[in-house]
Each structure stands twice: as structure tokens, then as C-alpha cells.
Design a protein around this ligand. Structure first.
Ligand SMILES: NC(=O)C1=CN([C@@H]2O[C@H](COP(=O)(O)OP(=O)(O)OC[C@H]3O[C@@H](n4cnc5c(N)ncnc54)[C@H](O)[C@@H]3O)[C@@H](O)[C@H]2O)C=CC1
Ligand SMILES: O=C([O-])CC(=O)C(=O)O
Length: 339
């Protein structure tokens, strides 16, 4: 199974060495909430292949979730797979989980922004957070549901109200932005995209997505015009897929891949592996907002160290300056919803 273990060769390297998991240790229970959806199914398929997972709990509100679980359970890997459906089974699905990944909720249609999903998805995230606070309060949680910039504050505020908030354990999954940066930069420069590592900071929507191409490994050179085009492509990549799917949803397969990479990084960190680094959107005042994505060293208790923003070019500083008001608004909207 793919995954990445990293050596922090630079403070902002988000991942480096490709690493196939061969560890025999398999004692992690993982719950996927929204497991029957466009992201949930490929994500669960990829997670089933990890030797580090002992139990894969698949929850969704749709009735055919046990069928998805039965299907995946026939793959010949050790993780036991169980399906749960309906709100009355949510807590059973989560109980005892060390890792919870949430790709539940509506995706965009052409013409919508991620923020347009707030009304539909805020209550989904709130309800899952309440259940996590009750039955899996120490789980490491990855929130894929959009708008990520608001959904992470919603989750954190519900946990805070329940007296269970540990901000080191709650992550907005922005991994797809890094995957895209690697793919697009690799393609543009004739490099193997698997070997291209470019930190992406800020948030997960349009201008709040800030790729730090000056910190890319290996180093790459672009003219200012090319650089601006590359940044715009990474920022608009979600919309590119939404348009191309023409009403049938947003990125699901690349997100299943990116979500599995992030979940496996959490699991590796939990299992004691060191120097596991991923960028994610977390509670952090590093840029003067309450939440911000940066590279993080992951450990048994979630964030072990926030590696921060590092040295920015003037252009990247301008991008950060544009991202900040957007993130502040998105955070305030999420917090207000819980109040
Ligand atoms: N963070 C990121 O980079 C990305 C985030 N997304 C977001 O992920 C979310 C899911 O996208 P897709 O899988 O394409 O959508 P989808 O509609 O294919 O699947 C969503 C699943 O969530 C389930 N669901 C709805 N309410 C639920 C609840 N209360 N509890 C449990 N399950 C529930 C649905 O039944 C459905 O199976 C969307 O909000 C989308 O915008 C999508 C791509 C990238
Ligand atoms: O664009 C969307 O709506 C889904 C998403 O977050 C992405 O693909 O980055």
C-alpha cells in the first residue's frame, strides 16, 4: 500500500520518500463517515489494503452501506470490515476508533463555490462531531467535507462545547492540493510527479490555497507569468474537475487517493513511526487567523510539531495576504453556526 514517510530535509518539505507499508502491526480501528459516497468508496478500498488497520468501520446514511462493506470485506487483506447505516448506528460505527475520516456531505455542482455547500454540510459535520465527542473523543479526525475552511472550526467548536477539544487531533484534509501541485509541477517540468514535493498552505478554497513553489523539492524555476498560471491552476483544480464532470459531482478518485494518503500518515504516526509529515488545515494562529494549513510533524497524539510557513517569496506573501481575509470569514461563519 502506498504511503509516505518523510525525512524533514527542509522545514517545509511535506513528504519525501515513497514507502510501502510492510509492518505487521495492525491494531488501528478506522471509521470512514460517508463511506458509500464518491470519495468514501475508493478511500475505503485503499484503506482496506493497509496492514496497519485492524478494523475498518464504514458508516453512511444510505441503506446500501452494508453492501459496500460486504464488497470491500472480500478483498484479501487483514482489516475486518463492518458496515453501519442510519443515524442510530453512527455511534456504534465510531466507538473505539483511533482514526475517523469524514467524506460525508454534498459535493459541488458547476457554478457553486465550496462555501455554497455550507448550508447543506455544516449540520452533517456538527452531528458527526457530537458523536465523536461522546464515543471517540481521542480519535485523530480528518475532515474532507466542504467547505473545509468552515467545517474544521465547526468540528472544533462542538468538541469544545463538549469539553473534549484537543486541537492537535483535528485536521482539515488539504492533501489533494499537494497531490495536484506535485502532479502539475511534475508535468510542467518533465519530472516524476511522485518525486515532486511542494508545500501548500492556507486553506482549501480558491484564493485561500497557497502553493509555496519557492520551497518545492526538487527546486523548480518558472517565469512570473508561468508561476501565476501554475498557482491559479492549483487553486482552481477542484473547479476544473467540477466543470468536467458537468453536474455529476467533484473530485472523488483523486480525493480517495489523497484521503487515504492522509489517513495512512495519521495511522503511521499513531503506530510510532517518526518524521511523518503532512500539510493540513488545523487550529493555528501562525498567520494571524485561527486556522491555517501548514506542514505538520504527526505523532501519536496528532500534531507533534507545526513546521510553520518558512521563508516566502514576495509573491507568496501577497498570496497569503489575500488568503487571510477569506479564511477569517470562513472560520467566523463556522464558529457562528455552532454558537
Ligand atoms: N477536502 C477536499 O479536498 C475535498 C472535499 N470534497 C468534499 O467531500 C464531500 C463528499 O464528496 P463526494 O464523496 O463526492 O460526495 P457524494 O455525494 O458522492 O458522497 C457523500 C456521501 O456522504 C453521505 N452522507 C450525507 N450525509 C451524511 C451524514 N449525515 N452522515 C454520513 N454520511 C452522510 C451520502 O449518503 C453520500 O454517500 C463533499 O462535501 C465534497 O465537496 C470533495 C473533494 C475534495
Ligand atoms: O472542488 C470541489 O468542490 C471539491 C474539492 O474540494 C476539490 O476538488 O478540491
Amino acid at each position: 500500500m502506498f504511503s509516505r514517510i518523510v525525512k524533514p530535509t527542509s522545514a517545509l518539505a511535506c513528504q519525501a520518500t515513497r514507502h510501502f507499508s510492510t509492518s505487521k502491526q495492525n491494531n488501528t480501528k478506522v471509521t470512514v463517515v460517508g463511506a458509500a459516497g464518491g470519495i468514501g468508496q475508493p478511500l475505503s478500498l485503499l484503506l482496506k489494503q493497509s496492514d496497519l488497520i485492524s478494523e475498518l468501520s464504514l458508516y453512511d446514511i444510505v441503506k446500501h452501506t452494508p453492501g459496500v462493506a460486504a464488497d470491500i470485506s472480500h478483498m484479501n487483506f487483514p482489516a475486518r470490515v463492518k458496515g453501519f447505516t442510519g443515524p442510530e448506528q453512527l455511534r456504534d460505527s465510531l466507538k473505539g476508533s483511533q482514526v475517523v475520516i469524514i467524506p460525508a456531505g454534498l459535493p459541488r455542482k458547476p457554478g457553486m463555490t465550496r462555501d455554497d455547500l455550507f448550508t447543506a454540510n455544516a449540520s452533517v459535520v456538527r452531528d458527526v462531531a457530537l458523536a465523536v465527542s461522546e464515543v471517540a473523543p481521542t480519535a485523530l479526525v480528518g475532515i474532507i467535507t466542504n467547505p473545509v475552511n468552515s467545517c474544521v472550526p465547526i468540528f472544533c467548536e462542538v468538541m469544545r462545547k463538549a469539553g473534549k477539544l484537543d486541537p492537535n487531533r483535528i485536521f482539515g484534509v488539504s492533501t489533494l492540493d499537494l497531490v495536484r501541485a506535485s502532479a502539475f509541477i511534475g508535468e510542467a517540468k518533465g519530472l516524476n510527479p511522485k518525486e515532486v514535493n511542494c508545500p501548500v498552505i492556507g486553506g482549501h478554497s480558491g484564493i485561500s490555497i497557497v502553493p509555496l513553489i519557492s520551497q518545492c523539492q526538487p527546486a523548480v524555476q518558472f517565469s512570473q507569468d508561468e508561476l501565476a498560471k501554475m498557482v491559479a491552476r492549483i487553486q482552481d483544480a477542484g473547479t476544473e474537475v467540477v466543470k468536467a464532470k458537468a453536474g455529476a459531482g467533484s473530485a472523488t478518485l483523486s480525493m480517495g487517493f489523497a484521503g487515504a494518503r492522509f489517513a495512512l500518515s495519521l495511522i503511521k504516526a499513531l503506530s510510532g513511526q517518526s518524521n511523518v509529515i503532512e500539510c493540513a488545515y488545523v487550529m493555528s494562529d501562525i498567520a494571524g487567523t485561527k486556522y491555517f494549513a501548514t506542514p505538520l510533524i504527526l505523532g501519536k497524539n496528532g500534531i507533534e510539531k507545526n513546521l510553520g510557513i518558512g521563508k516566502l517569496s514576495n509573491y507568496e506573501q501577497e498570496l497569503v495576504n489575500k488568503a487571510i481575509p477569506e479564511i477569517k470569514d470562513n472560520v467566523a461563519k463556522g464558529e457562528q453556526f455552532v454558537k
